[in-house]
Design a protein around this ligand. Structure first.
Ligand code: CTP
Length: 413
């Protein structure tokens, strides 16, 4: 029995040179037992003949909004679908979906869909980086569409950049994630902290760090999509709050502590992804310090509260998850933080160099639990990583509720 046995997938194929890769994707899905109906745009048919998809899916290929055989194809297809996968998705299809346009069968199917949607974009790097595509991608992600990031590499234009269709492995992982995790977090109340904190030095200057907040926002988004009630407490970031999440903006470590403290007794799970600044200037000037006024050689600092350690002392029923930001001795330092702050789980981030967790779209994590389990999560988009983490955290919440101490063996997950 295949991984996707009897799963009904609608595969939308659009007019990108990478449309030929959808042929292999279709073979894999069908090989894993999925029942796949293919919808092609007119442009997609310029790249691959519909007959190829028809033979491999053993079903008719859809493409015409006004087909005589099935004038209501957009509804019949989506009513029974478990998942809508658009691979490859051009900038045109992506942007049309964000705007709610429906001028051909595929865009109408996207608008009519009530099932999870996964989009795997493929386009030229400059198109992916265009403000319009960036904005439309953000709109779709906020609505809960899993828009994957294209991969870096050689592009059809001859240039090298970000724009290639994500690998089949990543697309299949996203399909599996979307199918398996529909509403399994219903009933959970999740408090997530994200982003950096900012400590003022004077009226215009401050101390901060390079955290972008992307990991925490991805976790908040994924938990809300999976049915949890989510409160996101965020330091200053450039990100829009995810849909269906209550978002609280803070600036300093003290404000973050207060906001989390206020919601802690409500929460069943606390996930501290925030890169909380550990120090703040002992004195803050209310005006802008003039350079000639600066006589001291050093800025006098004091420690900020350790929010997670303090909440851990007050915990009653909550599952506590920390994120360790490390540049070296990752596992050893992570273990120490897990014990010192009495956490159920810690996810260790690497935060220096080009592959730093800070700011990147993708990340890799090492996860440690109280029972000594170690799990390495390979580099992947942060939303997928968030999904994997939620898969691991959910059993901990169930066991905590049942009063079971032992955490599951993560290697078997
Ligand atoms: N944390 C916190 N309050 C702080 C510092 C960190 O709540 N003042 C939380 C972070 O959100 C994270 C975990 O503690 O979940 C570990 O943070 P990290 O910065 O890796 O470690 P620190 O405890 O700050 O220790 P160190 O600076 O020595 O690495």
């Amino acid at each position: 029995m295949g991984k996707f046995n009897k799963t009904r997938i609608v595969l939308g194929v659009t007019g990108s040179i990478s449309a030929y890769k959808a042929v292999s994707l279709l073979r894999t899905l069908v090989g894993e037992g999925a029942e796949v109906s293919v919808v092609m745009t007119a442009a997609a048919k310029q790249f691959v003949a519909p007959l190829t998809f028809e033979v491999l899916s053993k079903r008719p290929v859809y493409g015409d909004l006004f087909s005589e055989q099935d004038p209501m194809a957009h509804l019949t297809l989506t009513e029974s679908a478990d998942l809508l996968l658009i691979a490859p998705s051009t900038a045109n299809t992506l942007s049309k979906s964000a705007l709610g346009l429906a001028d051909d069968l595929l865009s109408t199917v996207i608008l009519a869909a009530r099932c999870p949607i996964v989009m795997a974009p493929a386009m030229d790097g400059d198109m992916w980086n265009h403000p319009s595509v960036i904005e439309h991608t953000g709109t779709l992600r906020n609505r809960g569409v899993l828009v994957l990031d294209p991969e870096e590499g050689d592009l059809a234009s001859g240039l090298v950049g970000k724009g290639r269709l994500p690998s089949e492995e990543v697309i299949l992982e996203a399909v599996e994630a979307s199918l398996a995790r529909q509403q399994d977090w219903t009933g959970q109340r999740v408090l997530v902290s994200a982003g950096p904190t900012r400590e003022p030095i004077d009226a215009v200057r401050f101390m901060t760090n390079g955290s972008s907040g992307k990991m925490g926002y991805a976790i908040a988004q994924a938990a809300a999509q999976r049915g949890a009630d989510v409160v996101l407490v965020s330091g200053p970031t450039l990100l829009a709050p995810p849909a269906n999440v209550e978002s609280i903006s803070v600036v300093t470590a003290e404000e973050m502590q207060q906001a989390l403290q206020d919601r802690f007794s409500w929460a069943t799970v606390l996930i501290m992804t925030a890169a909380v600044g550990d120090f703040r200037p002992r004195q803050v000037a209310t005006h802008k310090i003039k350079k000639d006024e600066w006589v001291g050689e050093a800025l006098e600092l004091e420690r900020t509260p350790d929010i997670l350690a303090e909440l851990s002392r007050q915990r009653t029923h909550q599952v506590l998850v920390g994120f360790a930001a490390e540049t070296d001795n990752h596992i050893e330092n992570g273990k120490q933080k897990l014990q010192k702050k009495s956490l159920d789980l810690i996810a260790i981030n690497h935060v220096s160099g080009l592959d730093s967790a800070f700011g990147n779209e993708t990340n890799a994590l090492t996860v440690l639990t109280q029972s000594g389990d170690v799990l390495h999560l390979a580099r992947m988009p942060k939303l997928l990583l968030a999904q994997r983490l939620l898969d691991i955290i959910l059993p901990l919440t169930i066991m905590k509720k049942a009063g079971i101490q032992k955490t599951p063996n993560l290697r078997s997950l």
